[in-house]
Design a protein around this ligand. Structure first.
Ligand SMILES: *[C@@H]1O[C@H](CO)[C@@H](O)[C@H](O)[C@H]1NC(C)=O
Ligand SMILES: *[C@@H]1O[C@H](CO)[C@@H](O)[C@H](O)[C@H]1NC(C)=O
Ligand SMILES: *[C@@H]1O[C@H](CO)[C@@H](O)[C@H](O)[C@H]1NC(C)=O
Ligand SMILES: *[C@@H]1O[C@H](CO)[C@@H](O)[C@H](O)[C@H]1NC(C)=O
Ligand SMILES: *[C@@H]1O[C@H](CO)[C@@H](O)[C@H](O)[C@H]1NC(C)=O
Ligand SMILES: *[C@@H]1O[C@H](CO)[C@@H](O)[C@H](O)[C@H]1NC(C)=O
Ligand SMILES: *[C@@H]1O[C@H](CO)[C@@H](O)[C@H](O)[C@H]1NC(C)=O
Length: 859
């Protein structure tokens, strides 16, 4: 018996994973920020925690369970509320709850956790009810609670933070949750029937999902309907120093009545098995199941279920979706071997495969024709031998492996916690499973797997603050919608945004089974049922975009600019696809990055001279299955007027920035003038640099742009005439500098803390809150912090933000950070270009405030 030490194993897995697992991209092709696509929202003032959703498509109603309230809204427009009912905890109950040490303001409320159709006139509703779970019936017609309160123990959790699951089957509630206030007893329950309180049955489970499979309908052996439960629990079969979690599927039979002497009032059909979701090439194990969606089919044997998994070592943000075949689950339960606990020396228990005799009827199986021939008509008639065996052996030896023996989707830098799947018939008449996955940061990924090729069609921010997607539902009707619940509200999301794809190429390369290109009207449209019979629409889910004609390829708009030959140009290019590579062409000749041109976040940057007139084209190249597709995204016609001016004396170099139709010129801001110490930040794709710059030459120059480093001469060299004027100024400036440094130093040493902090807080403008997606940025923050502490000599040109070239004042600590080694900047930029592959959220532009917070902590 060798006890494995977990730590090296994990470390090995992590390293191995990082090396090998990410050959596939799994980058969302298109990213929609919050507000970029219109979504219908529902929330009620003063109400939060919209975590329970129930859809009734016949009535066209979505029921929403929130904190102390239940709402009914129109399914087609969830902002249209039709009914509401409040269910508050009584004062007395709340006090009693608080007396037990729970928070009166948060925990001692009534969180609606269960909403099911009971019959065609009422819903069954349960809430945590101040740590005293309670259920009631809600009349659909007049939308009032009937006041038939029932105890909710074992149906609904006590603690609103606990995970639970429940399903209503033919008027009976099946639930997986805790049974007592302390949360130490967990059960799978149906009225009086429950699981044993024993570690082999359930060991600290975290329930995620349950549903019924109607296996009796097409059953040849007179089998029963089954209710499946999905959860993560602490393993008994593996020995590690730390608790190892395992994802499980368990099931009970609908007809189970419990045993007569053994397993009285307990399930006689409870069996469980391990689910496997592992990357085969790296052996990386996704061992925490977060959610399940069962794609039901008329013949249950074709049923496939999808699970989203994360890893127990959650500091690694990696998620996977694995698909499983329900027939295989059934095979494990009905034909597989059982696990058996064996006691070894020192009374140490180990679980091994049981190879001995198994009693008949087979332990844990539903009552079928075979059992009936043995005169066992229901579970009460099961022999003691069978019951004792299943009591001791609820765990199956064989695991359930995913379809294809590997995950359908693997994603780095995301925690998947919710999933729904839609089976879509595309133009080629084939069926495709489209996965919609919700993350803990309010993102929705829409993905498919085309013959072992993972493809994330879209990423969508559905909640404004990156809060978790608590619930996800999909409607089945014609105009399909997703409904997602969160702490702050509910949103209704269409399953596709075809109309957002403006060109044939974008429409086809999206590889979205819902969308096809209409060559006549030149629009990307939704596919309707009729389209699959006969149409001239174009769709190619294998990514062959050959059908797009040349005029579609070159449909980009041309913008004309007249600029003065001074400062910098930034020509914006916003390709829709994050998978595309951008190339810039000047008068049809490809531009390579050199001392003049830089491409930063797809935008072209250069300092303008008189010779720079011409046509600038932004082309994208997207490679799908080895084929390259070129598209002209943007064309600029640049006209440079007037003579070239030599720059500076002014503290900042003027520059021009172009975006869309506007060309804006921005000169130094007030903030910059306040102090010659200027912190400038450049932040892009999780990469930023920040430096203070001043020159030791008589005239100081504060440059605000990245290119100033690239093309420094043209910017920072002062002209001779200006230099003469500058002598006095220089003296003044030097004195000012010394003074400021003195003040800053004192401030840094906390000799004058409060005015200093006030000043810097005043100087620091409020920006967006920083949001980092990548390790790169964190790394850089650290680097920066080190730099700010250690470097205080030398002067450097600085890298400026690409977003508006904002500059910010230093915190005035007298220590002047700089980027002494240009290689370091280069390194950062290399990281950045890697980032365009690795880091998905390009548009997450963290603000300077972040740096300042960092700086403040150093001040
Ligand atoms: C809500 O739905 C009702 C019933 O269909 C309709 O009469 C009403 O105009 C809708 N309200 C809004 C704000 O859309
Ligand atoms: C509800 O169901 C009962 C029987 O289950 C049926 O008699 C009744 O007509 C139904 N009511 C409605 C409104 O469908
Ligand atoms: C609501 O309807 C139910 C029957 O559906 C009835 O029992 C109850 O009394 C009604 N409540 C109110 C307040 O009208
Ligand atoms: C309820 O929502 C708030 C945010 O509105 C959140 O902080 C809290 O954790 C939620 N509580 C539960 C039990 O979901
Ligand atoms: C699931 O398993 C059954 C029986 O082994 C098989 O017929 C079916 O094709 C499988 N389905 C998938 C999607 O693999
Ligand atoms: C089981 O059911 C069959 C028919 O449904 C009946 O003939 C038989 O007597 C029953 N057995 C027992 C032990 O009740
Ligand atoms: C890709 O799909 C298109 C349209 O569905 C089809 O015409 C073409 O033959 C397919 N190509 C490959 C390589 O499968």
């Amino acid at each position: 018996m060798i006890r494995l030490n977990m730590t090296p194993v994990i470390l090995y897995m992590v390293l191995h994973l990082l090396q090998t697992a990410w050959s596939g991209p799994a980058i969302p092709r298109v990213v929609w920020e919050y507000g970029e696509v219109s979504l219908v929202k529902f929330s009620e003032t003063g109400v939060s925690n919209y975590s329970t959703l129930l859809l009734n498509e016949d009535r066209g109603v979505l029921y929403i369970g929130a904190q102390e309230a239940i709402f009914a809204v129109k399914m087609t427009d969830i902002s249209n509320k039709t009914s509401e009912v409040y269910w508050k905890v009584t004062e007395r109950k709340q006090k009693a709850c608080a007396a037990k040490g729970k928070s009166r303001e948060t925990e001692c409320l009534n969180y609606i956790r269960i909403l099911h159709e009971f019959n065609n006139e009422s819903l069954y509703v349960c809430g945590t009810y101040a740590f005293q779970p309670t259920c009631d019936y809600l009349s659909i017609k007049n939308f009032t609670l009937q006041g038939r309160q029932e105890e909710g123990k074992g149906k609904c959790p006590f603690d609103p933070a606990q995970r639970y699951t429940s399903v209503m089957v033919d008027g009976e509630l099946y639930s997986g949750t805790v049974y007592n206030f302390l949360g130490s007893e967990t059960v799978i329950l149906r009225s009086h029937l429950r699981t044993e309180y024993a570690i082999p049955w359930l060991n600290e489970p975290s329930f995620v999902y349950s549903d019924v499979i109607r296996e009796s309908e097409s059953s040849l052996d007179g089998g029963d309907d089954k209710v499946y439960f999905f959860f993560t629990e602490v393993s008994v079969e593996y020995e590690f120093n730390s608790e190892l979690l395992v994802p499980r599927v368990a099931r009970v039979c609908k007809g189970d009545l419990g045993g007569s002497r053994i397993l009285q009032k307990r399930w006689t059909s409870f069996l469980k098995a391990k689910l496997i979701c592992t990357l085969p090439e790296s052996n990386f194990v996704f061992n925490v199941i977060q959610d399940v969606f069962i794609l039901k089919t008329p013949n249950w044997k074709e049923t496939v279920f999808y699970g989203v998994f994360t890893s127990q070592w959650s500091n690694l943000e990696v998620s996977a979706v694995c698909a499983f075949n329900m027939s295989k689950v059934e095979d494990v339960f009905s034909k597989g071997k059982y696990m058996q606990s064996a006691t070894f020396e020192y009374s140490h228990v180990k679980w091994v495969r049981y190879n001995g005799q198994v009693p008949t009827p087979r332990p844990g199986s539903c009552i079928n024709n075979e059992a009936r021939t043995l005169n066992v008509n229901n579970s009460l008639m099961l022999p003691d031998k069978t019951l004792q065996f299943v009591k001791d052996h609820p765990l199956m030896a064989d695991p359930v492996k995913p379809i294809g023996n590997r995950p359908t989707l693997v994603k780095k830098n995301a925690n998947y916690i919710q999933i729904v799947v839609d089976r879509v018939r595309a133009l080629d008449k084939k069926l495709y499973d489209v996965m919609f996955v919700g993350t803990d940061k309010g993102l929705l990924h829409k993905a498919t797997n085309y013959g072992n090729e993972m493809h994330i069609i879209e990423e969508l921010q559905i909640f404004p603050d990156s809060e978790p997607v608590l619930t996800l539902l999909l409607s089945k009707g014609d105009k399909k919608n997703l409904y997602a619940g969160s702490h702050s509200g509910v949103v209704q999301v269409p399953v596709a945004f075809c109309e957002k794809y403006r060109t044939c190429m974008d429409c086809i390369l999206a590889r979205d089974p819902y969308c096809a290109w209409n060559p006549q009207n030149k629009i990307c449209t939704w596919i309707t049922k009729e389209d699959t019979h006969e149409s001239n629409l174009v769709q190619s889910l294998n990514g062959t975009a050959a059908a797009c004609r040349a005029e579609d390829v070159e449909s980009a708009s041309t913008e004309e600019y007249k600029v003065k030959p001074e400062g910098f140009q930034e020509l914006k290019c916003l390709p829709m696809s994050r998978l595309a590579k951008v190339t810039w062409k000047l008068n049809n000749k490809a531009l390579s990055e050199n001392s003049k041109y830089r491409v930063v976040q797809n935008n072209l940057l250069f300092s303008v001279t008189e010779e720079d007139s011409g046509t600038y084209d932004c082309w994208t190249v997207e490679t799908v299955k080895g084929r390259q597709y070129e598209q002209l995204v943007k064309r600029y016609s640049l006209i440079v007027e007037g003579p070239t001016k030599v720059l500076t004396t002014s503290p900042t170099a003027p520059f021009t920035k172009m975006e869309g139709n506007s060309a804006t010129t921005q000169t130094s801001t007030d903030k910059e003038r306040r102090s010659p110490h200027t912190v400038t930040s450049q932040i892009q794709t999780g990469v930023f640099t920040s430096t203070v710059s001043y020159t030791s030459t008589p005239t100081f120059t504060i440059s605000t742009s990245l290119i100033s480093r690239v093309d420094a001469e043209g910017v920072s060299e002062p002209s001779t005439a200006e230099r003469n004027d500058g002598v006095l100024l220089t003296l003044f400036v030097v004195i000012m500098l010394l003074f400021l440094m003195l003040v800053s130093y004192n401030c840094y040493m906390k000799y004058l803390p409060s005015p200093c902090l006030k000043l810097r807080m005043y100087i620091v403008s409020d920006g967006k809150k920083p949001e980092f997606d990548s390790d790169v940025s964190e790394e850089l923050v650290k680097q920066q912090a080190v730099k700010m502490n250690s470097d205080n000599k030398g002067s450097e040109q600085i890298a400026a933000g690409d977003r508006g070239y904002e500059t910010e004042s230093d915190c005035g600590n007298g220590k002047i950070p700089n980027t002494e080694k240009p290689q370091e900047l280069k390194q950062i930029e290399e990281n950045h270009s890697i980032g365009s592959i690795d880091i998905e959220k390009d548009a997450d532009i963290p603000d300077i405030k972040f740096i300042d917070e960092e700086a403040q902590s150093l001040c």
